[in-house]
Design a protein around this ligand. Structure first.
Ligand code: SAM
Length: 280
């Protein structure tokens, strides 16, 4: 996978040379290049921002400097019609933005199949709103994502977050590919993962659940599944509501019912809601 990142702080991305991302680059699984947006400026001050049209606080990133950079990275300077192979491997342009849809594991999974990703890091009040519009008009796959309901100083951290989530899904990235199979938000039934324990079994008076030491794999699997359902029900009931009841086994249903869910419909519903509807 090829990854280009554009930022006014390209040094920020030295962290990508560390750990698993660094190894993936050494092994040729990933080619990451961070570019300085100011290399595409023409004025003596290398300006990338200007005052907002209509007034107001802060500065907005100028569209033209971004466009000159992105045209080059997207290969749009090339007048030749793209071949079918070029179309299939067309880059995806990702622009982090706090006022965009939330980036999820599903997006990470989808983007892990792309051949080329280009990330543009906003700063100041963000980029000019016409930038994503323009590239969509040019038939570029443009994605704007927020990584959470808070505002960062710039897109660099958001890009690191998305990059980690995407690249760890690449075949060959993880030493043990099974580590990504049973994770939170993963698979058809998106749940939070069960809790994890290591040795010693008794630590500072706190015991790991004895069933995990029983050697009975079926019991361990059931315990973990119930733990995942219980944690998800407490912390992310929206994920329980999104489950498909037809895909739940008998034991799942029993656990969910004991946690206060009605499981006879298409999706689980909190028991109180289900009873209210029956009464109405
Ligand atoms: N004025 C913008 C607003 O209120 O929505 C905030 C701009 S923020 C200070 C500057 C840049 O940081 C954004 O253009 C974006 O690239 C990045 N950024 C900040 N918070 C983010 C978040 N939660 N998710 C993704 N990117 C974020």
């Amino acid at each position: 996978m090829r990854i280009d990142i554009v930022s006014v702080f390209p040094e920020y991305f030295h962290n990508l040379d560390l750990s698993l991302l660094g190894k993936a680059q050494e092994h040729g699984l990933l080619q990451v290049q961070a570019h300085d947006l100011r290399d595409w400026t023409h004025d003596i001050h290398h300006s990338v921002d200007d005052t907002p049209v209509g007034g107001g606080a802060g500065m907005v990133m100028q569209p033209e400097v971004w466009a000159e950079c992105l045209d080059e990275l997207l290969g749009m300077d090339d007048a030749a019609e793209p071949t079918k192979a070029e179309q299939a491997s067309a880059p995806v342009l990702i622009l982090p933005n706090p006022s965009a849809p939330l980036f999820t594991q599903r997006d990470a999974t989808e983007l892990s199949h792309a051949e080329h990703l280009i990330f543009g890091c906003g700063r100041y009040e963000g980029y000019d709103a016409r930038l994503p519009e323009y590239y969509r008009d040019q038939h570029i796959d443009v994605r704007e994502y927020s990584i959470g309901d808070y505002v960062l100083n710039g897109g660099e951290v958001a890009v690191c977050v998305m990059l980690e989530a995407i690249t760890r899904l690449l075949p060959g990235f993880m030493g043990n590919p099974n580590s990504i199979v049973e994770e939170s938000y993963t698979g058809a039934q998106s749940l939070l993962e069960h809790r994890q324990y290591t040795k010693p079994a008794l630590w500072r008076g706190h015991e790991a659940p004895p069933v995990l030491l029983s050697g009975d794999h079926a019991k361990v699997d059931r315990f973990r599944r119930d733990d995942a359902l219980t944690r998800t029900s407490e912390i992310r009931p929206d994920l329980i509501e999104a489950l498909n009841c037809a895909e739940l086994d008998k034991a799942d249903r029993k656990t969910l019912m004991s946690l206060g869910w009605e499981v006879s419909g298409t999706h689980p519903k909190p028991l109180a809601d289900a009873h209210m509807k029956q009464r109405a």
